[in-house]
Write a protein that binds this ligand. Structure first.
Ligand SMILES: CC(C)(COP(=O)(O)OP(=O)(O)OC[C@H]1O[C@@H](n2cnc3c(N)ncnc32)[C@H](O)[C@@H]1O)[C@@H](O)C(=O)NCCC(=O)NCCS
Ligand SMILES: Nc1ncnc2c1ncn2[C@@H]1O[C@H](COP(=O)(O)OP(=O)(O)OP(=O)(O)O)[C@@H](O)[C@H]1O
Length: 360
């Protein structure tokens, strides 16, 4: 099962994108729809909202008057927090139930407007952001959905910024153009990434990165950050620290397009716990390596994770390496030459020797 988090600012086009994903067979879990379900007449959710916001949020039929609640809840950050404190636990509970009913081979897409605000992104195998500039979103909400301008602006002010969403996105779907454009982008994403990613996770098929050296990519830092956040979500307290190491961690250096992450654990028990947790989360053990090394399964983003105890002498040199190389042009040139030979063991020998000489 592939767990995908999908988000975007109000009016970004999440529903437009999820309609295409559903056509392709994905299981959509729509937070807005669940948010309606948990405040239907007779539910504890509606009773709690009335207790908080008053009978004025009820229509003559006893159902929630959504516009009336919106008018009270979005004018003020504190009132939005009160709304969220009531609705989000109920939404979360129902969401977990729906995740549990999805088939084992499903691509589950959680359409969650407040994914970033809730700090939830590390819990997903992939995060897709429908990226539409705020001014276009505002125009579409007013002109096409008939949302009052002040209501749309109030809600936008209670949401993360576009920059905050872009920082945690693995995939940005640009929806500033015609509907057909974002629909085509979505279909291509399903074919090129979501379907193979789900297959790899379910069958334990690792994605082994190509060791050919490519020009430095500034995206490597963000990709390593997101991989580290996901590993932190999987490992919790078992990991003493999680670091981006290896060639892609050296700023500006041409390197193989493989993100190397080092997980430091306390001791042997910690290492065994980490190996179990990584395997359970879908990481694939590299049996050809004498040290605990895992590969990820994302066809578009090769990641390798090594697990090492903090008292292992090698633990430190991987951390030192990027500093040592970064400040020494001759070392960078020598390292780049080694990397171009694309031999993992030779690279490690050079890294170890280089950092040992630095420490001595
Ligand atoms: C206040 C309510 C009744 C207004 O209903 P209305 O039909 O006008 O809007 P709807 O529910 O369709 O939401 C439309 C969009 O508004 C934005 N929005 C909704 N709730 C919130 C919120 N608490 N904070 C920020 N943005 C929100 C989202 O982008 C959402 O996609 C409703 O938004 C609500 O119950 N919100 C609380 C639950 C929630 O946080 N839902 C967001 C997804 S978890
Ligand atoms: N590419 C597009 N061109 C023009 N209009 C669009 C485009 N994509 C979406 N829209 C329109 O913009 C509005 C918002 O789109 P949609 O409802 O899919 O956004 P959303 O992210 O689901 O919104 P919400 O956060 O409110 O759930 C809708 O009226 C939709 O028809």
């Amino acid at each position: 099962m592939l767990m995908v988090g999908l988000t975007g600012g109000i009016g970004a086009g999440k529903s437009t994108v999820t309609a295409v994903l559903a056509e392709a067979g994905a299981v959509i879990v729509d937070a807005d729809r669940i948010a309606r379900e948990v405040v239907e007449p007779g539910t504890p959710g509606l009773a709690m909202l009335v207790a908080e916001f008053g009978e004025q949020i009820l229509g003559v039929d006893g159902a929630l008057d959504r516009a009336a609640l919106a008018g009270l809840a979005f004018v003020d950050a504190g009132r939005t927090a009160a709304l969220n404190a009531i609705t989000h636990p109920l939404i979360g509970q129902r969401t977990a139930e729906l995740f549990g009913t999805a088939p084992e081979d499903a691509i589950v897409v959680h359409d969650m407007p407040l994914l970033v605000e809730g700090g939830m992104t590390p819990g997903y195998n992939l995060v897709i952001v429908v990226d539409t500039p705020a001014d276009i979103r505002l125009r579409r909400l007013v002109e096409q959905r008939g949302m009052p301008d002040d209501d749309a602006r109030a809600r936008m002010s209670r949401q993360a910024t576009d920059e905050q969403r872009r920082a945690v996105a693995d995939v940005l779907l640009d929806n500033s153009g015609e509907r057909q454009v974002v629909a085509d982008l979505t279909r291509s994403l399903v074919e090129s990434r979501l379907l193979p990613f789900e297959h790899n996770l379910r069958t334990g098929t690792p994605v082994i990165g190509d060791r050919a050296v490519v020009p430095f990519r500034p995206e490597w830092a963000g990709e390593a950050e997101r991989a580290s956040a996901r590993l932190g979500h999987v490992l919790g307290e078992v990991a003493v620290r999680i670091d981006h190491v290896g060639p892609t961690s050296v700023g500006g250096l041409d390197a193989p397009d493989i993100i190397d992450i080092q997980v430091t654990v306390r001791d042997e028990a910690g290492r065994d716990a980490a190996l179990r947790a990584l395997t359970a989360a879908g990481w694939v053990r590299d049996r050809s390596s004498e040290r605990p090394l895992f590969h990820w399964c994302d066809p578009a983003r090769p990641v390798e994770v090594s697990v090492i105890a903090e008292d292992d002498p090698e633990h430190e040199f991987s951390l030192l390496m990027s500093e040592v190389i970064a400040d020494d042009p001759a070392a960078r040139e020598e390292y780049a030459g080694i990397l171009r030979r694309a031999d993992r063991e030779e690279t490690r020998q050079w890294e170890r020797a280089r950092c040992a000489s630095t420490r001595s």
